[in-house]
Design a protein around this ligand. Structure first.
Ligand SMILES: Cc1cc2nc3c(=O)[nH]c(=O)nc-3n(C[C@H](O)[C@H](O)[C@H](O)COP(=O)(O)OP(=O)(O)OC[C@H]3O[C@@H](n4cnc5c(N)ncnc54)[C@H](O)[C@@H]3O)c2cc1C
Ligand SMILES: *[C@@H]1O[C@H](CO)[C@@H](O)[C@H](O)[C@H]1NC(C)=O
Ligand SMILES: *[C@@H]1O[C@H](CO)[C@@H](O)[C@H](O)[C@H]1NC(C)=O
Ligand SMILES: *[C@@H]1O[C@H](CO)[C@@H](O)[C@H](O)[C@H]1NC(C)=O
Ligand SMILES: *[C@@H]1O[C@H](CO)[C@@H](O)[C@H](O)[C@H]1NC(C)=O
Ligand SMILES: *[C@@H]1O[C@H](CO)[C@@H](O)[C@H](O)[C@H]1NC(C)=O
Ligand SMILES: *[C@@H]1O[C@H](CO)[C@@H](O)[C@H](O)[C@H]1NC(C)=O
Ligand SMILES: *[C@@H]1O[C@H](CO)[C@@H](O)[C@H](O)[C@H]1NC(C)=O
Ligand SMILES: *[C@@H]1O[C@H](CO)[C@@H](O)[C@H](O)[C@H]1NC(C)=O
Ligand SMILES: *[C@@H]1O[C@H](CO)[C@@H](O)[C@H](O)[C@H]1NC(C)=O
Length: 592
């Protein structure tokens, strides 16, 4: 199949609307006239009920007014509907299955940092239930016309716009006070194309609608004998924040980052144009979407990903546990030093974590190999454990497919049971040079020992290699805006808190975040030059975010952002261009 540049549906859309209202977006400066802030509910300029009703009819009755799900826990505020039993059931669901409870609810906020006790199962019934940082309305998007209607409405009425898929984003980029949300979660189409063909790539692909979650994608490709790069948490979306933000996977060393897989983005630009961005057409937009971050360059309706033939995967687990932290952390230093050799010229991914008293390999993921490869890989490491007097357990399993391997560690499908529920999280991409240099290695491992000391924090890591220089083990990919720091990385590591989130102890949570901001972030940056995973970081991050999340790509990303989104419809914390905005005291989004 050769990718069509102009989509038939686009032509049909313009034909259908030509005689009525034009979908072109008015290029008004923010606020029209001299306004510098977007309106929020309660402002005189906030759209009237009649205007909302008109938008609702434009989008076929798919406009949803947000009602915070915890309204059943409150006696005060416009949404109050207190019911003790429903509230207690909801509180249990928040704690036991957090994201699984909240993802499908339009307008709901997932990260408790953004929910900010504005309508919570864990505050007293007498506390008022308010919208807070939630979007005020959502359009349940079914296609480009809904998106165009939403963009036109937000621009004409000077209100904030957000794109929300699962709403899982730590940085809160899929929510915003008083916003109109374009809710893409129900775009569930999946199309497997075995014989896709462009000048750049010939082979199998899968086209995923913007609302397809990782678990749904895995289930769909399973039957067709393919593997794809998708998130480990089955609840996470694939096309939205994940692939646009780079995207990690257990198959990352075999095939590259999620953004490296994309061959086409089908989107509506912030100005309302419905188009395809490919390496050949609208290539600047293609480049920016593949790595430059979600919610920034347009509303993606679907994306086409490379797919690969299924095959066996060698897997295994290893636990080294000891109260002798001197010996344990010496072993961890050796583990990091050997890390580059485990993923060099290979397809291997190794997911492990460090606590105050263990080094645990959650899974060895060795695509298209058998368990003897894991024995071989550990050949240089296990004798070091013996030398240090450390005990370990180690098991291997041969899985017939990647899917079997995936389910063993993250299953069952579709959602699995290993989605982290609201950790307080930091992240760094770990350069190969850091772990290979003895002094830098010692400093890094000493830092992890300090962070995990006391048992509050643990460090989750993934050994990988996504070097894309000519002759690398991975298939070539079109140029994209993935942070260059990834290409010379041996791992990413995320220091984070153990679950469950302290919903009922806001002061303790604030103290943990203070440790993160005052101690952990600065020490991590000093120990690991480069950058961080833009999707896996706490909103309290205070470092040089342009360098940390975009590196040398920032200036080009910003010029593409300005070109495609001149009236700045798409804002997000640490998104490209976000420093051109600020929040006022009431929470309005304003020009800086
Ligand atoms: C519990 C949990 C588990 C996670 N597991 C993994 C994992 O296993 N692997 C991994 O790599 N990452 C993981 N992440 C991080 C994840 O990749 C990011 O949170 C990502 O932003 C999620 O994207 P989403 O579309 O599902 O979320 P959303 O919160 O809906 O959106 C995230 C961002 O993308 C934008 N966006 C969403 N849809 C679109 C669209 N259609 N077009 C344009 N922009 C869009 C939003 O505006 C927002 O900026 C996890 C996060 C959490 C909280
Ligand atoms: C904007 O401000 C300028 C100068 O303060 C004023 O002359 C102009 O009339 C204002 N425009 C609107 C639409 O309020
Ligand atoms: C939009 O219209 C539908 C169908 O008439 C209705 O069910 C829904 O409540 C309306 N939404 C809003 C926000 O009024
Ligand atoms: C949470 O609420 C407090 C008190 O209203 C406010 O000062 C703070 O800015 C809010 N935080 C967020 C992230 O909205
Ligand atoms: C959103 O639309 C889909 C159809 O596209 C429908 O199945 C679903 O029930 C709607 N969700 C809500 C909350 O209205
Ligand atoms: C495992 O793979 C190796 C190397 O490819 C091969 O030599 C060996 O025979 C395989 N072992 C089994 C049990 O299949
Ligand atoms: C801890 O391990 C080191 C290195 O193997 C060893 O020298 C030391 O004696 C051990 N300490 C204790 C208390 O066992
Ligand atoms: C290792 O295991 C043996 C046997 O279970 C035990 O006697 C020994 O104390 C352990 N050593 C350490 C350092 O934990
Ligand atoms: C770890 O903590 C010790 C003791 O507080 C301190 O001396 C050392 O500098 C810390 N190391 C790092 C890398 O932060
Ligand atoms: C690790 O932390 C746990 C939980 O706080 C604690 O019980 C344990 O003693 C700690 N172990 C070491 C070796 O410090």
């Amino acid at each position: 199949m050769v990718a069509p540049f102009l989509l038939p549906a686009l032509l049909a859309f313009f034909a259908a609307t030509a005689s009525t209202s034009t979908p072109t977006i008015h290029k008004v400066p923010i606020g029209g006239g001299n306004q510098t802030c977007r309106y929020i509910p309660g402002d005189a300029g906030w759209p009237s009920q009649r205007q909302w009703a008109r938008l609702n009819s434009t989008v076929g009755g798919r406009l949803i007014a947000t009602v915070p799900v915890a309204h059943v826990c409150h006696l005060q505020g416009q949404f109050a509907a207190y019911d003790q039993e429903s509230c207690s059931t909801l509180g249990t669901a928040f704690q036991d299955s957090g994201p699984a409870t909240l993802c499908p609810i339009p307008g709901e906020v997932l990260n408790p940092y953004w929910q900010n006790e504005t309508c919570s199962p864990f505050t007293a019934p007498g506390v008022s239930c308010e919208l807070g940082n939630r979007a005020a309305y959502s359009i349940n998007v079914t296609g480009p016309a809904d998106v165009q209607a939403g963009l036109a409405f937000a621009t004409a009425n000077n209100i904030r716009l957000v794109i929300r898929n699962t709403g899982i984003d730590y940085l809160g980029k899929s929510t915003g006070q008083g916003a109109l949300a374009l809710w893409t979660y129900n775009l569930k189409a999946i199309e497997i194309i075995p014989g896709y063909e462009t000048p750049l790539y010939t082979g199998p692909t899968v086209k995923l609608g913007a609302g397809v979650t990782a678990g749904e994608a895995y289930e769909a490709v399973q039957g067709s004998g393919y593997r794809i790069i998708a998130p480990e948490c089955g609840l996470t979306g694939v096309v939205g924040g994940y692939a646009q933000g780079g995207g990690q996977s257990q198959l990352i060393t075999a095939y590259g980052m999620a953004a490296d897989q994309v061959l086409e983005w089908e989107l509506v630009t912030p100005r309302g144009e419905y188009l395809l961005a490919t390496p050949e057409h609208n290539s600047d937009l293609y480049w920016a979407l593949a790595g430059g971050g979600g919610g920034t360059n347009g509303v993606v309706l679907g994306a086409t990903f490379k797919a690969y033939p299924e095959g066996p995967v060698a897997g295994g687990e290893m636990v080294v546990q000891s109260a002798n932290t001197t010996a344990l952390f010496e072993a961890i230093g050796i583990w990091f030093h050997q890390g580059p050799s485990y993923v060099e010229s290979s397809r291997n991914n190794i997911q492990f974590f460090v606590t105050n008293d263990t080094l645990t390999v959650l899974n060895f993921v060795m695509p298209d190999q058998n368990a003897s490869s894991i024995d071989e890989l550990l050949g240089p490491f296990l004798p070091e454990l013996g030398r240090l007097g450390l005990n370990y357990t180690f098991t291997t399993t041969d899985y017939p497919t990647y899917l079997d391997s995936f389910i063993a560690s993250y299953g069952p499908l579709p959602y699995g049971d290993l989605c982290p529920s609201f950790p307080i999280i930091s992240s760094r991409v770990i350069p190969r040079a850091t772990v290979l240099d003895p002094a830098a290695n010692r400093r890094l491992v000493d830092l992890y020992r300090n962070i995990t000391d006391g048992g509050t924090w643990w460090v989750g890591c993934s050994f990988l290699n996504v070097d894309d220089s000519p002759g690398s083990a991975r298939p070539p990919h079109p140029p994209n805006s993935v942070h260059p720091v990834w290409r010379s990385a041996v791992a990413y590591c995320n220091p984070q808190t153990h679950g469950p989130y302290g919903w009922k102890e806001p002061a303790a949570v604030t103290a943990l975040r203070r440790t993160l901001v005052d101690d952990i972030f600065p020490a991590l940056e000093a120990a690991t030059p480069g950058g961080a995973v833009q999707n896996e970081i706490d909103p309290t991050y205070r470092g040089d975010w342009k360098e940390t999340f975009y590196g040398a790509n920032y200036d080009r990303l910003l010029s593409i952002k300005h070109a495609y989104d001149p009236s700045f419809n798409m804002y997000g914390l640490f998104a490209v261009g976000s420093d051109e905005f600020r929040m006022d005291k009431a929470g309005r989004l304003c020009r800086a």
